[in-house]
Design a binder for this molecule. Structure first.
Ligand SMILES: C[S@@+](CC[C@H](N)C(=O)[O-])C[C@H]1O[C@@H](n2cnc3c(N)ncnc32)[C@H](O)[C@@H]1O
Length: 304
């Protein structure tokens, strides 16, 4: 299953790619964006591609083979962005891309448990070497903690009811078992969104510690970017987008002291300039051709 890169031309334009430049793709996936970035950075350009999923790295490696040493691929977590760049002496850079969430390669894999369209073990790890799976959370978290997780990461209004139902049906080991229980607890489908969508989102975020990773990685981008270098982030749900928006807004401001502090004591200087004030979303045509792009939101900023 090949993943269709979202907002491809906008990513290329906003990264402001130039021949000979160095770029980082923190979410390599099947290298759709990465291939286009490398192509545009020729001659002399290079790309460091990172993915937590070794299967994504395998696919990307084949796809980028003909770029030789210009493509450095690392199976790792972007939470360690600074260390990965140091290890490969790959900084400062002209651009950094995050295309968050999961790829079609993962979503369509019938064995990894990301989708309730296939019956599979409740796994949901991007990195199969990591110890916690979705089944661990579903079967071991105390009811209150499970409800809090479903509310926080899935914004699920019926989190307590669903958590109670899950706990009373333990052990739950497969995606379809879980989807049935969620369906029973929430009384079937409300509107266009399947009741399991939010629950699966919440579990995936928790298993992969997605929000903490994004927060930590964004902080590290500032020191890695050349002045004039660009940071481009595509997010797919409001929790991710909020983090990106807050980070870019904060870094584009000077003083961050509360309004009642008479004299600045934070000493904060702006490090970024916003490239787009209004968030960019895919065109109607792209959304139609690639339904996965429907919830995408792109934000970009330039290093001062
Ligand atoms: C939406 S896909 C990227 C698709 C890619 N842009 C393409 O064109 O094929 C997101 C990728 O990010 C990876 N990922 C998510 N969180 C990660 C993290 N913290 N560290 C490294 N990779 C991560 C996932 O494994 C997945 O392959």
């Amino acid at each position: 299953m090949i993943h269709v890169p979202v907002l491809l031309q906008t990513v290329i334009d906003f990264l402001n790619i130039r021949p000979g430049g160095r770029y980082i793709d923190c979410t390599l996936g099947t290298a759709g964006h990465a291939a286009a970035i490398l192509e545009k950075s020729l001659p002399g350009g290079s790309l460091l591609g990172i993915d937590a999923d070794p299967r994504a790295i395998e696919v990307a490696k084949k796809r980028l083979e003909h770029y030789g040493g210009a493509a450095i691929l690392v199976n790792g977590n972007f939470r360690s962005l600074r260390d990965i760049c140091r290890e490969h002496s790959f900084y400062p850079v002209e651009g950094i891309l995050f295309d968050l969430g999961l790829s079609s390669l993962q979503l369509e894999d019938e064995e990894r448990g990301f989708s309730f369209r296939f019956d599979a073990p409740l796994d949901m790890r991007f990195d199969p070497g990591q110890p916690i799976t979705a089944a661990n959370i579903i079967n071991n978290f105390p009811e209150g903690d499970l409800a809090a997780l479903l509310r926080k990461y899935g914004e699920e209004p019926q989190s307590r009811l669903i958590a109670r139902k899950i706990v009373s049906h333990r052990p739950i080991n497969t995606t379809l078992q879980l989807a049935n229980i969620v369906g029973q607890a929430s009384g079937g489908s409300r509107g266009r969104i399947h009741p399991s969508t939010r629950i699966f989102q919440a579990l995936r975020i928790a298993v992969n510690q997605e929000l903490t990773n994004i927060e930590e990685a964004l902080e590290q981008t500032i020191e890695l970017l050349h002045p004039g270098g660009r940071l481009v982030v595509i997010s797919y749900h409001s929790l991710e987008d909020r983090l990106v928006k807050q980070f870019m807004r904060r870094e584009s401001k000077g003083c961050l002291c509360p309004p009642d502090v008479p004299v600045c004591n934070c000493g904060h200087n702006p490090t970024l300039k916003l490239v787009n004030r209004k968030v960019i979303t895919p065109s109607i045509a792209e959304r139609k051709d690639n339904p996965r792009s429907r919830s995408a939101k792109l934000r970009a900023a330039e290093r001062l």
